[in-house]
Design a protein around this ligand. Structure first.
Ligand code: PGA
Length: 255
């Protein structure tokens, strides 16, 4: 089956404005003939400029976080509606760094997911187990809990707008990616959770955690891996664009 791969670059708290501009321009140029869905996720402050660079191209822009309330006295926060107005089509929800360093619970992630959908954007909801949880053998329980926490709040008619990123916490920024077998096992499990929650919607499931141009081909060849959420390697335009080409080539072979 032909898939459209989604390749998303989460720049985290990196890039000053000239670096962000250079990175986005280079990715836009190199990916002009891509058949993948490319998403750049810069720090908030660069969003308007990256949206301008991405205009009339294959590249979409996302945000790394949002608040779940529409407006009000929440100093330092940004609402989903503000992000949508700035030209973003996607927002990450529940990245493990938000869960770990900023106390985001499953309930908060569910509220954010709903707010992102309500504002007309697509949430990329991140789920994944810690090293301890994997070693205890509770990976699939954790994934099921994190999935149900947000999925149970989503209206059926909006379900198809979600993207899920499976990101084992132990693989993020460590250089120790999950093997393609480990990733496929969890992706297959998530696929079944999706089918039982909403049999009609096809939801892309991205893998995240130390993806590079060296392991992307093996990961993308798995039946339930529909692309990648990439941190470190998304800051180097050549490496990021090689990962896009790997996805493009699999697509061409399948078509
Ligand atoms: P990494 O980050 O590619 O640097 O491991 C992935 C992520 O945090 O989304």
């Amino acid at each position: 089956m032909k898939k459209t791969y989604t390749i998303a670059g989460n720049w985290k708290m990196n890039t000053l404005s000239n670096e962000a501009t250079d990175l986005a321009q280079s990715i836009r140029q190199q990916s002009a003939n891509s058949n993948s869905n490319i998403i750049l996720i810069p720090p908030f402050i660069h969003i308007p400029e990256i949206v301008r660079i991405a205009e009339k191209s294959r590249v979409h822009v996302g945000a790394q976080n949002c608040h779940y309330e529409k407006k009000g006295a929440y100093t330092g926060e940004i609402s989903a509606e503000m992000i949508a107005e700035s030209g973003c089509a996607y927002v990450l929800a529940g990245h493990s760094e938000r869960r770990q360093y900023f106390g985001e619970t499953d309930e908060i992630v569910a509220l954010k997911t709903a707010a992102i959908l309500e504002s007309g954007m697509k949430p990329i909801v991140c789920i994944g187990e810690t090293l301890n949880e994997r070693q205890e053998g509770s990976t699939l329980d954790v994934i099921a809990r994190q999935f149900r926490a947000f999925a149970s709040h989503i209206e059926n008619s909006l379900f198809y707008k979600i993207i899920i990123a499976y990101e084992p916490v132990w693989a993020i920024g460590t250089g120790l990616a999950a093997t393609h077998q480990q990733a496929q096992e969890v992706h297959g499990f998530i696929r079944n959770l999706i089918i039982s929650a909403n049999p009609i919607a096809y939801i892309p499931i991205l893998y995240g955690g130390s993806v590079t141009d060296a392991n992307a081909a093996e990961l993308f060849a798995q039946p339930d891996i529909d692309g990648a959420l990439i941190g470190g390697a998304s800051l180097k335009s050549d490496v990021f664009c090689r990962i896009i080409s790997i996805a493009d080539n699999i697509n061409k072979e399948l078509s």
